[in-house]
Design a protein around this ligand. Structure first.
Ligand SMILES: NC(=O)c1ccc[n+]([C@@H]2O[C@H](COP(=O)([O-])OP(=O)(O)OC[C@H]3O[C@@H](n4cnc5c(N)ncnc54)[C@H](OP(=O)(O)O)[C@@H]3O)[C@@H](O)[C@H]2O)c1
Length: 243
């Protein structure tokens, strides 16, 4: 297992949920973390929690919208300016809208696909020339169990997460000769804000759910494999023990 000490890591959607837990864990392990999300307050909260946990944490919070090219360019520029490179990109920002297709607006569709699929493409396109120049790097895309197993009333979400797996697998083949690993993680239901603000984890494990920290640990596992070992896809599920 290798260390993430001093590695420069961009985590999108690190203002809450899985992204935040990942930022805290990587910060604890000595990584230099760039937090990317739209909410300044929540991003700054993540940054101060990181510093509280590990006063030596090096962290940069950049208000970013993954659906906007200009915002992505600014994010990557700021990361380079502050830390001088990018070792790991975690494409985690995501949304899901629960609605039957007949009621889905074009705006709902575009927002879901732009956030969950176009976003990872836009950031990867910005970061790849840097990783290619460095002759190394890693991109970890957060898909979902819904990227393989459809969920009713989540057609756009499923389309985006199925698509993200295809994008990851094709990109992996394209860049592996540059010593760049692309991995896709498919978490099961995780106790976060996702889709419903009432679902935020407050201390007890909700039934049949993973905790954000457990997903963060899976992301860390992918980031700390030996240089010649590459997990292309990881399925993470809560262990459900029947009574
Ligand atoms: N929770 C689950 O059950 C579950 C299961 C499998 C997979 N996942 C996936 O895990 C990832 C994280 O989900 P989560 O459960 O942690 O959800 P969450 O608590 O709602 O967090 C989503 C994060 O994405 C950010 N975000 C949303 N739109 C954005 C945009 N346009 N630009 C930048 N950041 C944006 C949000 O920050 P701002 O609002 O501040 O921008 C927030 O930090 C998602 O890709 C989700 O599909 C979740």
């Amino acid at each position: 297992m290798i260390s993430v000490q001093d590695k420069i890591v961009i985590i999108t959607g690190a203002s809450r949920g899985i992204g935040k837990a990942t930022a805290l864990l990587f910060g604890e392990k000595g990584a230099r973390v760039v937090i990317a999300a739209r909410s300044q307050d929540d991003s700054e909260k993540t940054a101060s929690e990181m510093i509280k946990k590990n006063p030596k944490s090096e962290v940069l919070a950049v208000v970013s919208d993954v659906t906007q090219e200009k915002s992505i360019k600014n994010l990557v520029q700021q990361a380079i300016q502050k830390f001088g490179g990018i070792d790991i990109l975690v494409n985690n920002a995501g949304i899901g809208i629960n609605k039957p297709v007949a009621e889905f607006t074009t705006l709902d569709w575009d927002l879901t696909l732009d956030t969950n699929l176009k976003g990872p493409f836009l950031i990867s396109r910005e970061v790849l020339p840097i990783m290619i120049k460095q002759r190394g790097g890693q991109i970890i895309n957060i898909s979902s169990g819904a990227g393989k197993n459809p969920i009713k009333n989540y057609a756009a979400y499923c389309a985006s997460k199925f698509g993200l797996i295809g994008f990851s697998e094709s990109l992996a083949l394209e860049v592996r000769n540059y010593n760049i690993k692309v991995s896709v993680l498919l978490p099961g239901t995780t106790a976060t804000h996702f889709g419903d603000k009432k679902r935020e984890y407050v201390g007890l494990r909700p039934k049949n759910s993973l905790l954000p920290k457990e997903v963060a640990e899976a992301i860390l596992t992918l980031a700390t494999q030996e240089p010649q070992a590459w997990t292309s896809e990881m399925n993470l599920r809560p262990l459900i023990i029947e009574p």
